[in-house]
Design a protein around this ligand. Structure first.
Ligand code: TRP
Length: 351
């Protein structure tokens, strides 16, 4: 079997820099390397509804936003099948068969689910659909027999659970699903980019994000207000790098070429860090450097977005066409599953 890549995002907000370094960048690189047989990116609207059942407008409005974010960041829908989860109802059917292979307590032990339940303050009223979303995520992946999943670190428990489900299915009914591997970003800082406020994670619910669609002024203001070292008051004070968000972002985004272009007094990030730690380097200078780097990344994305926004219909059309293609693949998988489960009744006809 060849290399089949699949990944996705919930459409609950615009994509931000955490998404970009955590997964989008890798996705674009994979696309441009071209070393794959099939490549899917799913906009996980049904998964988003598992904790937004009464908030459908949010999901509906963000679906097209996320599609625009993908394409303007460099995903080419001619090369990658970008599709809408709810337009592939077969995924629900597969989920149904998988649900019989997973225990309630196993779901309750999933660390990501546990965190999210706490965050959302569900207490004792956890929607069944929400608790079950790792099973539905396994269906998303296995419907396409995907074996490489580029994701951020928080998705590892989902991949682990997918592997278990594939294994249980194969053991129970016969070999069908292959191995599933997560692909994490190379730099550790990119796997979980901290928020502007210094919190552990950039996350729309924490309101500490720089969005791919933020305009130039907003990005600059956000960077200028980012959390640094609270004890670095005078320029001459020695500064701390650990927990200093501006340096965390430089770790994630800065390359040597940026120094030649924007800050030629320094050769590389080590030199800059060293000066900051020694004292004599002000926050503003470092922030302006970061701003130059981030603006350089976001400017072409913003321009492409403007173009796409003029013709939203054609973005929807791409999504619809791709969802149809995805359906056909998922239908084949269901047929194979039913054969193995022993409920493909059409096979029982004598003639
Ligand atoms: N759970 C992912 C998120 O929170 C979205 C998602 C749904 C996904 N199905 C997937 C990711 C399948 C990778 C593979 O953003």
């Amino acid at each position: 079997m060849g290399k089949i890549i699949l990944t996705g995002d919930r459409p609950t907000g615009n994509l931000h820099l955490g998404h970009y370094v955590g997964s989008l960048k890798t996705r674009i690189e994979l696309q441009n390397q071209g070393d794959f047989d099939k490549y899917y990116i799913m906009i996980a609207d049904t998964q988003a509804l598992t904790d937004n059942a009464k908030n459908t407008d949010k999901v509906k409005n963000n679906l097209i936003q996320v599609a625009i974010d993908y394409i303007s960041a460099g995903i080419d829908p001619e090369k990658v099948c970008v599709f809408i989860q709810s337009m592939v109802p077969e995924l629900f059917e597969i989920t149904g068969y998988f649900m019989n292979l997973v225990s309630l307590s196993r779901l309750q032990r999933n660390p990501t689910i546990k965190d999210e339940i706490k965050q959302r303050k569900f207490e004792k009223s956890i929607p069944i659909g929400f608790l079950n979303y790792p099973v539905s995520q396994a269906a998303d992946i296995l419907a396409f027999n995907a074996n490489l999943i580029p994701v951020g670190e928080d998705q590892l428990p989902m991949i682990e659970q997918t592997r278990e489900i594939a294994h249980t299915f194969n053991n129970t009914y016969g070999e069908l699903f292959g191995n599933v591997e997560a692909l994490l970003p190379k730099k550790k800082i990119c796997a979980r980019l901290p928020g502007l406020d210094g919190k552990l994670k950039m996350s729309k619910s924490l309101g500490n994000c720089i969005y791919l669609c933020d305009d130039e002024k907003t990005v600059r203001e956000k960077i200028m207000s980012a959390y640094t070292d609270p004890n670095h008051i005078k320029i001459s004070d020695p500064g701390q790098i650990e927990g200093n968000i501006v340096f965390s972002y430089l770790d994630a985004f800065c390359e040597e070429k940026h120094f030649a272009k924007f800050l030629p007094q320094y050769k590389n990030l080590d030199e800059l860090k060293e000066h900051y730690q020694r004292g004599g380097l002000g926050d503003v200078k470092v922030k302006l450097f970061l701003n130059d780097i981030v603006q350089e990344l976001l400017t072409p994305i913003r321009e492409k977005r403007k173009e796409l926004e003029k013709d939203i219909d054609s973005v929807y059309e791409i999504l619809f066409k791709n969802s149809q293609k995805a359906r056909e693949v998922a239908q084949k998988t269901i047929s194979k599953m039913k054969n193995l489960i022993g409920i493909n009744y059409a096979n029982f006809l004598k003639k």
